[in-house]
Write a protein that binds this ligand. Sequence first.
Ligand code: PMP
Ligand code: GLU
Length: 386
Amino acid sequence: MARFAKRVLSIEPSPTVRISDLIAESQGKGKKILSLAIGEPDFPTPMHIVEAAKKALDDGYTKYTAAPGIRELREAIAEKSQKENGIPAKPENVIVAPTKHTLFMTFMALLDPGDEALIPDPGWVSYAPMVILAGAKPVPIRAGEEEGFVPTADAVCDAMGPRTRMLILNSPSNPAGSVYSRDEMRALAHEAEDRDVVVVSDEIYEKILYEGEHVSPASFDGMFEQTVTVNGFSKTYSMTGWRLGWLVAPKPLYQQIVKVQEHTITCATAFAQKAGVAALHGPMEPLQKMVEEFRARRNLVLAELAKIPRAAVEPPRGAFYVFPRIDATVDSTQLCERILKEAKVAVTPGSAFGKAGEGHIRISYAASRESIVEGVSRIGRVLEKL
Ligand code: PMP
Ligand code: GLU
């Protein structure tokens, strides 16, 4: 009988990935489950990006590349970071890897056993397990409904201790679609700056924004030196299956993180990197169209939810999720199980995102308008029976 490492035994499977695998399996067996669970754009990758990958294959981009990525892509990412985000990045600060891996490498490089990483609660399902895999302790920072789903500087200040090494921020956020204002972001960055804590800013939903502005903490005076910014192609260019993203880090952090890349994945897929160049240099119309469609769907899902007396929702300002509070007598896991069983609709329980998510469900509106209307009305019928 194999013995397993405590670190892996102490984490659970990813609730978001697992539910999407289960749905894929059940569809194969002819069962019709309507999925509003997974956070994945339902648009094809734009053609010019696909063509660039095909050409790259024909041109022989089928070997290892330099560990941090091909020069062309690192230059394009540095230029984008400077122009759009005000981050003083050079190509030498960029490592190309799947976004999930950029986070994992950062934690592996910066956290020791006993160290603490502050994570928003509710927050994306993989931050805490990744921190645990790195041997450290995730410390939730309340960012619930009363806080507008944005962690407050006061809460961060209170949670800071001698072992705090890292503050993870995520705007626009998963699961609530909240967007941190410039003042909020500045106050949070200030807490970290005061104490030599590294900020990890997960900006993967940067472009899926309906209201407000996107603010990168690494753009604030002095903050570049202690911030790791992660971003990627999955959401902006509908490229989830390409497994391509990046991080931007100051040189001393870069030098440690890149060793983890060298000893784990070596480099990102060569021809996908060429497609990444085409994405960053190419037309932005496909993205604009996608965001407009998401905006319309957001309005639709809000209008449908307004018909359900037991659901109360804060309109999201970014990403493609709504996170309604549900007035129910059962917890969010039991509720989602009932919705799946009785209505054949998959949604994610709020508790999957942390304690402060309990009482909520996450509905992803990265699904067709028909699925949204049908799915939400079926949820409403289950709630009527509770
Ligand atoms: N951060 C957040 C907040 C996410 O929702 C996700 C899920 N896509 C990721 C990071 C990971 O992105 P990827 O699947 O592109 O690695
Ligand atoms: N991030 C998406 C979600 O939250 C995709 C799945 C995952 O990586 O967690 O649904």
